[in-house]
Every structure is written in structure tokens, then in C-alpha cells.
Ligand binder design. Sequence first.
Ligand code: GLU
Length: 589
Amino acid sequence: MDNNNQTRTRNLSRRGFLGGVAAVGALPFAPRSVRAQSGICEAAGVDCGAVAEGSDGMVVSVSPAASEVGAQVLREGGNAVDAAIAVQFALTVTQPHSSGIGGGGFMLYYDADEEGVEIVNSRERAPAGATPDMFLDDAGEPIPFDERHTHGDAVGVPGTPSGLERAAELYGSRSIGELIEPSISLAEGTDVDQYLAEQIEENEWKLNAAAREVFVPDGQALSEGETLEQPDLAYTLRLMREAGIRAFYEGEIARAIAETVQDEGGSMTFSDLCRYEATIDEPVAGYYRGAEIYSMPPPSSGGLTAIQILNLIEPFELGANYEVRSGTKYHLLAEAMRLAYADRAEYMGDPEFVDIPTEGLLDPAYVAGRRELMSPDSLIEEPEPGDPWAYQSGAAESVSRQTARALGQTTHFTVADSEGNLVSYTTTIEQLFGSGFMVPGYGFMLNNELTDFDAEPGGANEVEPGKRPLSSMSPTIMARDDDPFLTVGSPGGPTIITSVVQAILHHVEYDLTLIDAISEPSIYAPESPEIALWEEGIPEEAREEALALGNEWGEMDSIGNINMLRANDAYEGAADQTREGLAIGLSEE
Ligand code: GLU
């Protein structure tokens, strides 16, 4: 393991739970669809499904082909970071609508040797030519979301390739070239899954000519089961395999990205790409029910907001006092979300540009004061942000004005290896198919991540050159007595945070199995009095109870696409079956 003195790790003691080899038995849960392709699932010691177990390793992703690529790397002796790098390249190919080298993400990594958690932060940055008012029209009004997310100004300088490069240098044991290899074959031909087919149809309107050629060949949108052929992407991957990641930022790929963005009205230049470098960050840390939580710090709002919500609800002892589908449970959760989202909107942005009251927001006395506003019997009329600066000395206050924006749908995946290293990685191009721009001749989609900035200037999350937009991505690792026991993450824009919170709540407090915790209906309530989104399965009676307390019910829809990993005597992985996710567990043969 390559340990760099400059990296900062948060210490955890060495985990002991991988000493023994647990038997892998058949699990009762029947996966909705297991579409493994490579035959790895038939091999001895390999367990595949919506739920899988393995004593020596685990990969969980939304894409069976990508999970297989990761599992193969582990089987050949690669570590969790090697496998994660290979999975990310594979997702570029099989999930071009939600992840890829044209985007960014956050890799949360538990290093069993170093006994610490750190983050490879590959969030996209605004180019030097970006301006605070670039998403306003001539009258000073925000440009409608559908217009602004399909304009060159929406494209951030991609971070994913640089993140993978740094991860490989710091923690990997294989060359990037080797880890790209399986994705080159996938790019030559892979199956279109149901979700991709639906998304091609829904997003055809915004695809540029290069993307249409790939996803809508001869004017016919590819449908489920057809073969997706991406020769230009295979070329790009070969180039990166031969010339390394720098080919992306300092060579022909960078020139092509800048040209594509400029053709679409954006300012990104070759120099913006040359300058990009992923950072290594420390996680934000907190506690819930005596367990440690490590998650994403700003420029993601994910960790702070998730921990705040969990700390707000903790003393209500939901698991002991309220049925998992009771109206009061939904009411209290919604109230905690509203308080935390009020703070999120007020105080969070890129810490390189704004001061954030990180300690104040999580200070137990501050959270206790906020909790006093909550009651199982009544609704907070207008949840306002609190004053976390009063709980933290030092910096000046900042004021944010967040503009409502559409939910994106990125992807989250998980890897664990036989040494106890864990990766919890959320990776995105923001909206489905990002900006809709494929780089002609290079075959990958460009993100629209800069629409995560506020369209209106003046707040903590306003656009500035070189700045990273506020994210909600929340890859999370939980540990008990310093031993990691759970990882969780999800796509879904601002709903990511509440999906992660509820998966934790349902598993830790309601004691549901991973797959039940994932599948248990969830809610999303960033503002009062509405529970803006809720999932099928919430009983009418509970809805009436919450309504009587003053809540309103918005739209019923599916929220997020969670996957989780439990580390105990062996690993257990679970993949949300709202898409085609596959968990692959590995044990000694
Ligand atoms: N752009 C989103 C974020 O960073 C992620 C994409 C999604 O919405 O899933 O929060």
C-alpha cells in the first residue's frame, strides 16, 4: 500500500471481523432480475443476487456487468480501490445515462491498513470563464432548468478521471491501464437494460447528434435487450489505457471536450482541463445510536445534513415508540428533514470559497435547541435556519439562496476486499444523460453539474470560477467501536440524503435486513408543510395521521436507488431492485 504523508486519515482501530471464513448459504430473497453475463456467478465461491454474502469480498452496483468487472478484479488479487476503479470505468460504458468519465463523484475509502477513512473528491469545477449570473436571462430571472442544463455553461470540468488516477496512486495495487481493459470490451457491445432503454426514450429530446448516433441509431431509440455499441468510447478508453489519465486532461480528449462545450455556448477551455486535480479530503464525522458515521463534507451537503437529521430524531426513539409505517414516524422524520434542509440552504457551499459552520451545525447543544422545535403532536409553521455560528468561533456568516432544481439520478456502488478495505462511491453526471452532449469522436457524455449551483447569485452556493457546486451525494460508512459495519449510498439529487438517513434508520433502529431497509417506503420533505415525495406502500391510515398533524402529501414516486453493505463475520451486500442492481459476494473456493 502506497501511503502518502500528505494524506490525512481519521483513525479507526484495525477491524478484526475478516479473520474467519464464513460459509455462504443460499439466501431467501429472490432477486427481481439477475442478468449476469460473464459466467462469474456460476463459479465456486461466488454468490450473486439482489442480496449476496461473501467472506472475502463484495461488489454491489446498479449494473450487473460492472459488478462482474469489479468482482473479477478482486478474484485476481486486486484490492477494493482497484476494483472500484474498474467498476467506475465499466459504469461509463453500461450506465452512460448516470455516470462516467465526463462527470465527478466522491469516493469514501476505509483503509484497513491505515485504519482510517478518507475521500477522493473528484467534484467538477466551474471553468475560469464562469460568472455568478450565467444562469440568469436578460431580465435577471433564472433561465428555466431544461434550458440551462442543456447549455454549455452547465458543464463542469470533469473530475472522475483525475479522482481515479489519484486513488490508484495512493491506494491501488494495479495500473490504471489494466483496470480500464475490461471496459474496452464492454464498449464494443453490451446489453441495454430496462432503465437505460426508458431513459433513452425520455431524454432523446436533449441528446446531441453524436449521442443520438449511439443511443438512437437510424432514428430508432435502442430498446431493452438490444446491443449498445460504443466504438468511439472504446477508442477513448484505449487512449487512456495507452497514454494514461493525462491524455484526458492535457491531450486530444481535453481539446475535444473544450470544443464541444464552447460549441454549446460554454466558456470551458483547454487550460481549465489542464488545471483540474482531484483532492483528498477528510470525512465529516458524527454519531448515531453509539455508532460513528463518516460521510461527505462540503462541497457536499450530504454528510452534515444526514448526521443532523439522524441526531434530531435520535431521542424520539422512533424504533421503540412508533411503528415503521406509522403517521407519527413520518411526521417526525419530515420535521427533522425540514429543519436540516433549512440549514443546508442557508450555510452550505464549496469550503474553498465560503466559510461553513461545520462544527456548529453538528454541535449537540445546537442540535438539541433545534430539536425543541419538534413535537410528535404539531407541525413547525415555518422552519427557518438556525444560528450554528453561535456554537462555533471564528468565521463570518454567509447567506445562501438556493434555487429549486430538478432531481438528478446518478449512481452509487460499493466494494469490499479480503483485507477489510471498503469503498463507498457515489458518482454522477448530474441529470440523466447529463447535459445531453456526447463529445463527438470520443463517445462519452458530459455532465451538467454546474446547475447544482444556485442560479441566482449572492449566496454561499453562487457560481464562481474554479468553484465546486454544492452536492447532496452522501457515500457513508458507519463503524461501531471503531470497526466499520455498514456502508450506504444512493443517487437522487437532494433526496440522496434522506434515502441514506432512512436506510440507516430502518436497519439500525428498526432492525430490518439490508434489503428490507432499502425497500421500506421512504419520504422526502425538504420544506413545510409538504412531504414532497413519498413511496408506494405508506398506508392510507398513516397518511391521514400525518395529515391531521398539518403535513401535506405531495407526489408518490420511487425515490433513490440505494445499495448497502454490512460487514460482520462476512460481508453481506444488497442492491436496490428498483433498477437492475447486482451484489456479488466472494468467498474462498
Ligand atoms: N448532482 C447531484 C449531486 O451532486 C447528484 C446527481 C443526482 O442527483 O443523483 O447532488
